[in-house]
Design a protein around this ligand. Structure first.
Ligand code: TA6
Length: 306
């Protein structure tokens, strides 16, 4: 093993676990986490994981727009936005915001602590704000459990507290940090049916692995497959393993659409992100019976290539 690899692979001998609570000038709350396996940062608004970097890999795993705005009621561009209780446009009311309201709703900290394996576990619960109640009057609880270590585990638990069934859509709308969108490829969705949002939801089957040379926005349905993002520039693979999800969404805005988005940089930064989203959408909506809980779960891991 070369000296550099030896340094990169080694973990600090004695590392103090560290959790810092921060409030910014807009009054938004964040938690910064350092443990012997990784560093992370999350915003309490939206239960939004903004940053995660295992110590063994040279670059952050999540992409975060340098033009993102950190304001009450506005979603952060990048990291892992939560789409809940619908994915995409609201099924019947187009006046409601895209991807639901969870990503702009404050979460409270239920628990945070170190685990025996050195990981840090954070448990957050979405608050019942007036804005949330206006958009969804059902009684429910939404709890997000995040485990930060050499892997990143996310579990979004929806409990139906009503007396009738509850239908919903959801996603971890994850932005991955990559070397160049024209150089990466995605495996695990071969032969999977998709709806192409750029072709009025035209249906087709994925032919081989996924590569990019233009805007791409596909909803892969009825798939529980593990997906791997191969990045020859950052010399790593990112593995996405999921449970409780039957949909995987893949999206790059490409240059024109990226430059039309106010919270996306106007330079070539769009090349350094790809969204691979662990979801339940379209024909994969989830029905939760009264008193039951549905969990959307995903685990991210990174393999550094020699
Ligand atoms: O998941 C892909 C997508 O639905 C795209 O169509 C695009 O709208 C993207 O989400 C970002 O949505 P946002 O509301 O975060 O700007």
């Amino acid at each position: 093993m070369t000296q550099i690899n030896a340094l990169k692979q080694s973990e600090p001998e004695h590392y103090e676990d560290d959790v810092r609570f921060i409030k910014d000038e807009n009054g938004l709350d964040y938690i910064e986490i350092e443990n012997r396996h990784a560093t992370a940062k999350l915003a309490l608004q939206g239960g939004h994981v903004m940053h995660w970097q295992p110590r063994h890999t040279a670059e952050p795993v999540l992409w975060l727009s340098k033009e993102s705005r950190y304001e009450t009621g506005r979603s952060i561009r990048g990291g892992i936005p939560l789409c809940w209780p619908w994915f995409g446009a609201h099924p019947t009311d187009s006046s409601l915001c895209m991807h639901g309201f969870a990503r702009v709703t404050p979460f409270s900290v239920i628990d945070i602590g170190q685990m025996n394996n050195g990981n840090t576990r954070v448990i957050l619960q979405m608050k019942h704000t007036e804005n949330a109640q206006r958009q969804l009057s059902y009684p429910y609880t939404l709890v997000l459990t995040i485990e930060i270590g050499a892997t990143l585990s996310m579990k979004l638990a929806t409990t139906n507290r009503a007396t009738q069934p509850f239908f919903m859509g959801e996603a971890f709308h994850t932005y991955f940090n990559i070397g160049d969108v024209e150089k990466v490829n995605i495996t695990g969705l071969e032969d999977t049916e998709y709806a192409d949002k750029l072709l009025d939801f035209w249906r087709d089957k994925q032919d081989g692995s996924i590569r990019f040379n233009q805007e791409f926005d596909r909803v892969y349905v009825s798939t529980r497959n593990e997906v791997t993002l191969h990045d020859p520039i950052l010399n790593r693979e990112i593995h996405i393993n999921k449970k409780g999800s039957n949909t995987t969404v893949v999206w790059t805005p490409w240059e024109k659409k990226a430059h039309q988005m106010p919270d996306m940089p106007k330079d070539e930064a769009w090349r350094n992100m790809i969204c691979i989203e662990t979801a339940n959408a379209m024909e994969n909506l989830v029905m939760i019976n009264p008193g039951y809980t549905h969990i959307l779960a995903v685990e991210y891991s990174v393999t550094d290539l020699q």
